[in-house]
Each structure stands twice: as structure tokens, then as C-alpha cells.
Design a protein around this ligand. Structure first.
Ligand code: HSE
Length: 298
């Protein structure tokens, strides 16, 4: 039986985790977007909350509106943003994933989660230029997700501390993709494959230290970190404060540290302080690997 109205919560997500470029993603406990969807004659989008003035409300330019159009549905969509924009925390993926999930429920479409990921990734393409699913997949499944061609594998590690520090630096995903080299040496591919393989084992065992070590990668972090002022110092301070590993969240500018649950506060302080020493203000989200999209009303 369908529903006329649904309110959903969609988590922020962090893609790549170092070597898993366009392949790995995790859902974060917070921050999150809240989206209300209501059946209507026409698709109308309103956006409130964090950075809302920069988000397009034209349904053909908004990732959520594009998803509604791909599913041939007309709905009123109210987006209450909590995820900072252009931050590397899946801000364009969240509304796409939330609306794909909500429409599937409201119209009893019976689409499997893999299909919702595929549709949401098409919506996100409007924002980033390519249909990678490493943010939309964890936004829908929760946990840690491996996306490889049509295969989606979720894992649910427990008690993994996460500190995501978002500096006041805007990095567009298009730019962060454009600066990457088109080819990698065999040696770099081999290194990244090793990190990715051990990351999966780390997630299967909920082994924080192994996850942290497996965040080491070649080329991607090195090239993109040039867009984040103070990167080296912030990373060093996080490791000194006890982080098991640190890398760029998605295409940045957020930096993500993996650590024990009790170490999060200290690491957050060390990272924000190191950014300040580089004259950059930042905000720390102290969280964990969390759940996917959830219905909160309707
Ligand atoms: N995997 C993507 C990238 C995530 O790093 O460009 C950004 O949306």
C-alpha cells in the first residue's frame, strides 16, 4: 500500500577511504539531511537549513528532482539540509538517495536497493559530472559499502570511531576529479590494491588499527591534499592524538580520521587546532559508522 507523505533522514557519507577511489563508502552517524516528500501534480523543491541558498531548486538541476523525474513521479520535496555543501560528505548524494528511497516506498515500486543506488547515482551525476555510487550506496545501505560495477556489498563494522573535520574550504568534486592523473603506474596500482584488500578485512573484523593502516594510498590523497591548506599538519596532529588513519573524505575538503571511540574528542581538538594554526576555521563531527536512510515519519 502506498503513502502520500514520507519524512526520511539521510546520513552524510564519506567516499574512498583512501585507496577505494569510487569503490568504498561509509555512512556516518551524523550530520544528516531530513527530507519530506509529498505526492503532488507538479515537482516543487524547497530547501532550508545549512548552505541552502546555494542549492538549486529547479527540479532539473537538483539531484533529488532529477531522481523524481527518472522515476516519472511528481512530488513536493522539502529538503532540510544538515550536511555541509561541497564538503566531501555526500551533500549532493543524500537528497538523491533520500528521494529514491522515499518514492520507492510511497509508490510501492518494489525496486531492490541496488536499483535505488543506480537511480540515485544518475541523479548525483548532475552535480559531479560522473555517476559514481560510492556516496549514494552507503546513504541507502548504511555501514561500509563496496561498489564494484553492478555488485554492491555492505558490511557493518561495529564501534568504529570517526572524526570528520570540515574546514572552511570549498572543493568542487569536478575540480578534484579533473586534477587527478589519468594513468597510474603499476607500482601505485599494486599499492592501492593492497590497501583496498586489507581495508575490507579490517571492516570485516571491526579492526580499527587495520582500517587505519589501510587508508594509506598512492597518488589520490597526495594530489588532492594540495587543495586543502594545512593538510599535512592536520593529518600529523590527528595521528599524534591517536588516530589509526587519516585521509580525505570523498573529494574533500573534509578530512576523516578513524580511531577508537574514546579517542575522538582529543583527535577532533587536535585537528581543528591544527587548521586554526593555518588560519582556517573548521567544524568537527564526532561520530561513527552509522545507518542508512530511515523513515522518521509517515
Ligand atoms: N569518489 C568520488 C571522488 C567521491 O573522490 O571523486 C566524490 O563524490
Amino acid at each position: 500500500m502506498g503513502k502520500d507523505y514520507l519524512k526520511v533522514r539521510i546520513p552524510a557519507t564519506s567516499a574512498n577511504l583512501g585507496a577505494g577511489f569510487d569503490v568504498f563508502g561509509i555512512a556516518l552517524g551524523n550530520p544528516a539531511d531530513i527530507i519530506e516528500v509529498e505526492k503532488s501534480d507538479k515537482t516543487i523543491i524547497t530547501v532550508t537549513g545549512r548552505d541552502s541558498r546555494y542549492v538549486p531548486t529547479d527540479p532539473q538541476r537538483n539531484t533529488a528532482g532529477i531522481v523524481a523525474s527518472l522515476l516519472n513521479k511528481s512530488v513536493k520535496i522539502k529538503i532540510q539540509r544538515g550536511i555541509p555543501l561541497s564538503s566531501g560528505l555526500g551533500s549532493s548524494a543524500a537528497p538523491a538517495a533520500g528521494v529514491a528511497f522515499a518514492l520507492n516506498e510511497m509508490f510501492s515500486l518494489g525496486l531492490p536497493r541496488e536499483e535505488l543506488v543506480r537511480i540515485a547515482a544518475q541523479g548525483e551525476k548532475a552535480a559531479s559530472g560522473t555517476a559514481h555510487a560510492d556516496n549514494v550506496a552507503p546513504a541507502i545501505y548504511g555501514g561500509f559499502v563496496i561498489v564494484h560495477k553492478d555488485t554492491i556489498i555492505p558490511l557493518y563494522p561495529q564501534n568504529i570511531g570517526i572524526v570528520a573535520v570540515h574546514p572552511e574550504i570549498i572543493v568542487s568534486t569536478r575540480t578534484a576529479r579533473a586534477i587527478l592523473p589519468k594513468e597510474l603506474s603499476l607500482e601505485d596500482i599494486s599499492f592501492n590494491t593492497g590497501s583496498a584488500a586489507s581495508m575490507v578485512v579490517g571492516m570485516m573484523k571491526s579492526d580499527i588499527r587495520l582500517i587505519g593502516r589501510s587508508m594509506e594510498n598512492r597518488v589520490i590523497e597526495e594530489v588532492r591534499s594540495k587543495l586543502i591548506k594545512g593538510y599535512g599538519q592536520v593529518k600529523k596532529s590527528a595521528i599524534e592524538a591517536g588516530a589509526a588513519g587519516v585521509t580525505i573524505s570523498g573529494s574533500g575538503s573534509t578530512m576523516i580520521a578513524v580511531c577508537g571511540m574514546n579517542e575522538r574528542e582529543n583527535i577532533a581538538k587536535a585537528m581543528t587546532q591544527a587548521f586554526l594554526e593555518n588560519h582556517i576555521r573548521s567544524e568537527a563531527f564526532i561520530t561513527t559508522i552509522g545507518n542508512g536512510v530511515k523513515i522518521i515519519e509517515g
